[in-house]
Design a protein around this ligand. Structure first.
Ligand code: IDP
Ligand code: MG
Length: 137
């Protein structure tokens, strides 16, 4: 069993597909063990995505992630980090395998519906970021 951090990004909330996305995790046998709706500040979004600072898409990414509320949630299950990445599909929805969340719902690489931690180290950091540092209960 392992935990990973996923986020329904502001485009997913605006499109009213929160239920559809969460359903996929439940149907796949995962437990949602923590969840919150939050509108990030620029400082919070910049800090969450600090590994991308300096990249050409960084400012746009921070603007997008602060454009409305998002829903961070913790997914628990067997091999959840890898499985959630597979369920999401590639970063660019045009390249995402059919049946993945990004292939089915995302409009573009910079508006791609969902985040998922990419490693155990990222998952630990990202779960702590939302559910300890930001004090979300
Ligand atoms: P991931 O979300 O699939 O892990 P990352 O490389 O960690 O992808 O990038 C974080 C987010 O930054 C992506 O989900 C996407 O929204 C945005 N992003 C990444 N690369 C690009 C790009 O080349 N152009 C525009 N946005 C990008
Ligand atoms: Mg990533």
């Amino acid at each position: 069993m392992e935990k990973t951090l996923s986020i329904i990004k502001p485009d997913g909330v605006k499109k009213k597909i929160i239920g559809s996305i969460l359903s996929r995790f439940e149907i796949s046998g995962f437990e949602i063990v923590n969840i919150k709706l939050i509108k990030l500040t620029k400082d919070q979004a910049s800090s969450f995505y600090e590994m991308h600072k300096g990249k050409p898409f960084f400012e746009n990414l921070v603007d997008f992630m602060t454009s409305g509320p998002c829903i961070p949630f913790v997914v628990e299950g067997v091999d959840s980090i890898k499985s959630v990445r597979e369920m999401m599909g590639s970063t660019n929805p045009d390249e995402a395998a059919s049946g993945t969340i990004r292939s089915d719902f995302a409009d573009s690489i910079d508006s791609n519906i969902i985040h998922g931690s990419d490693s155990k180290e990222s998952a630990d950091r990202e779960i702590a970021f939302f559910f300890e540092y930001l004090g979300l209960k």
